[in-house]
Design a protein around this ligand. Structure first.
Ligand SMILES: NC(=O)c1ccc[n+]([C@@H]2O[C@H](COP(=O)([O-])OP(=O)(O)OC[C@H]3O[C@@H](n4cnc5c(N)ncnc54)[C@H](O)[C@@H]3O)[C@@H](O)[C@H]2O)c1
Length: 407
C-alpha cells in the first residue's frame, strides 16, 4: 500500500444529509420537512434555541413525538464531529463494528462522527458496498465517510484509530512469519498516525498479535504519547465473565473486577481470585477451586478456537462488541470499585517489564487510565502471569530480531 496514493473511492460531502462541509457542519436537512415548517424555527442550531426560548415553547416541545425530540437533541449536540479510523474495514469485525459506531453507540448519542474506512487496494470494491450500506442507515450522527487504502487519507486528523486489519495466520505459517508480515503493517500505520492524526489521537489495536502489533506501532510513533496506545483483551474479559456467571447461575451484571493479565493469546490469565460475584470473592461463590484453575481458565483460553471450529470463521461480532466495550471503558469513568482489562504500556507495575504492551486491571477517570495497584497475587496467579508475560517478552525479542523494534 502506498501512502498518499489516490486510492480513495468515496468521500461523502454535503449530500443533504448534514455531512461535513469545508465551513463546518451543515444542519439544514431536506429529509426533515416536518421540522422546517413556520414557527418551528429549527433551521440552524443557534436559531432553534433562540426561537424556542423567545416564544416560551420549551414545555410544548417536551410533549412532541420522541423522534422530533431526538432531532432536537441533534440540534444541541456537540457540533464538532470526531474522526474515527477503522482499519480492516472490509473484514468481518469491521462489518460488525462500523454500523454501531455510526449509530452513536460507541461515542454517544450527541457525538457526530466521520468514519475513515481503511483497507488494502484489493478490498476497495467490497468497501464501497460497506459505504453504501452505511449511507443507507441514514444515521443522523454520521457526518462523513472516507473509504481508502491510503494511510494519509485514512489517518488524516483522526481522533481514534481502531486498528483491526491484519493478515490472519495461514496453515503452516510460523508465529514469526506472521509477526514479520503484520509487524510491517503496524510500523507503517504507527508512522502514519504520528504524521497525520489529530494531536489527541487514541489507538486501540485489535489485529493479532495485538499486543506486539501495538508495541511495534507505538515504537514507530515516538511523538504520540505512550498512554494513548491500547491493545484488546476485553473479549477475554467478557468471555471469562460469561463462564463465571453461567457456573454461578447469576446474571452477567453480577460479575465485576475481572482482570485479564498479560497477552491476548491462550496464555492470558483471567484473574478469578480478584473477581467478584455480587460483590463477593468468586471463590466464596464458586467453591470448586479446581474447576476455576483448570476448566475455567482453559475454556476462556480456547474460546476463540471453539468459535472458529463451530462457525468455520473466527469471532467477529463478539470481537467488535469487545472493541466497543474497550473504547467506552477507556473514554468514560469506571464504576466505583470496579476495573476492566485493557493492554497498556507497562510502567513496571507488578514487576512486569516496562515498555511492553500488557493487559492489567485498569481504571479510567474518563481522560486518563491508571493501572490498579495493590491487587493481591498468590503463587498460582504469579505463575500464570509470569508465563503470559514471558510470551510477550519472546514476541518482543522476535520483533526486535526482525528489525521491527529498536535493539
Ligand atoms: N484482540 C482480539 O480479541 C481479537 C479478537 C478477534 C479477532 N482479532 C483479530 O482481528 C483481526 C481482524 O479479524 P477479522 O475477522 O475482521 O479478519 P478478516 O480477515 O475478516 O478481515 C481483515 C481485514 O483486514 C484487511 N487488511 C489486511 N491487511 C491490511 C492492511 N495492511 N491495512 C488495512 N487493512 C488490512 C483485509 O483486507 C480484511 O478486509 C485478525 O487479526 C484477528 O486475529 C482480534
Amino acid at each position: 500500500m502506498k501512502s498518499g496514493s489516490r486510492s480513495r473511492i468515496q468521500q461523502i460531502q454535503g449530500q443533504g444529509r448534514g455531512c461535513e462541509t469545508p465551513a463546518g457542519l451543515k444542519t439544514d436537512r431536506a429529509d426533515q420537512p416536518a421540522l422546517q415548517g413556520p414557527g418551528r424555527g429549527i433551521h440552524s442550531r443557534g436559531g432553534a434555541m433562540t426561537v424556542l426560548a423567545q416564544s416560551g415553547m420549551q414545555n410544548t416541545f417536551r410533549l412532541r413525538a420522541s423522534s422530533e425530540i431526538a432531532y432536537f437533541a441533534l440540534e444541541i449536540m456537540n457540533s464538532t464531529p470526531i474522526r474515527v479510523a477503522v482499519t480492516g474495514a472490509a473484514g468481518a469485525i469491521g462489518y460488525s463494528l462500523l454500523f454501531r459506531i455510526a449509530s452513536g453507540e460507541v461515542f454517544g448519542p450527541n457525538q457526530p462522527v466521520i468514519i475513515h474506512l481503511v483497507d488494502i487496494e484489493p478490498a476497495l470494491p467490497v468497501l464501497q458496498g460497506v459505504v453504501m450500506e452505511l449511507e443507507d442507515c441514514a444515521s443522523p450522527l454520521l457526518k462523513g465517510l472516507v473509504a481508502t487504502a491510503s494511510l494519509e487519507e485514512g489517518f488524516k486528523d483522526i481522533n481514534w484509530a481502531l486498528l483491526v486489519g491484519s493478515v490472519s495466520r495461514k496453515p503452516g505459517m510460523e508465529r514469526k512469519d506472521l509477526l514479520g508480515i503484520n509487524g510491517k503493517i503496524f510500523t507503517g500505520q504507527g508512522q502514519a498516525i504520528q504524521k497525520y492524526a489529530a494531536k489527541d489521537v487514541r489507538i486501540l489495536v485489535v489485529g493479532n498479535p495485538c499486543n506486539t502489533n501495538c508495541l511495534i506501532a507505538m515504537n514507530a510513533a515516538p511523538e504520540v504519547p505512550r498512554d494513548r496506545w491500547f491493545a484488546m483483551t476485553r473479549l477475554d474479559e467478557n468471555r471469562a465473565k460469561t463462564q463465571l456467571a453461567k457456573k454461578a447461575g447469576v446474571d452477567i451484571s453480577a460479575i465485576s473486577n475481572l482482570a485479564i493479565w498479560g497477552n491476548h493469546s491462550p496464555t492470558m490469565f483471567p484473574d478469578f481470585y480478584n473477581a467478584r460475584i455480587n460483590g463477593k470473592p468468586v471463590t466464596e461463590v464458586i467453591t470448586d477451586e479446581s474447576w476455576l484453575k483448570t476448566d475455567f481458565v482453559t475454556t476462556v483460553a480456547q474460546r476463540g478456537t471453539s468459535v472458529l471450529k463451530a462457525r468455520g470463521a473466527g469471532s467477529a461480532a463478539s470481537a467488535a462488541n469487545a472493541a466497543i466495550d474497550s473504547v467506552k471503558s477507556i473514554a468514560n469513568p469506571t464504576k466505583a470499585g470496579d476495573w476492566h482489562s485493557v493492554c497498556v504500556c507497562s510502567d513496571g507495575s507488578y514487576g512486569i517489564e516496562k515498555g511492553i504492551i500488557c493487559s492489567f486491571p485498569i481504571r479510567s477517570n474518563g481522560k486518563t487510565l491508571e493501572i490498579v495497584q495493590g491487587v493481591a497475587i498468590n503463587e498460582f496467579s504469579q505463575s500464570k502471569i509470569d508465563a503470559t508475560v514471558n510470551e510477550l517478552k519472546d514476541e518482543k525479542a522476535m520483533a526486535t530480531e526482525l528489525g521491527l523494534l529498536p535493539a
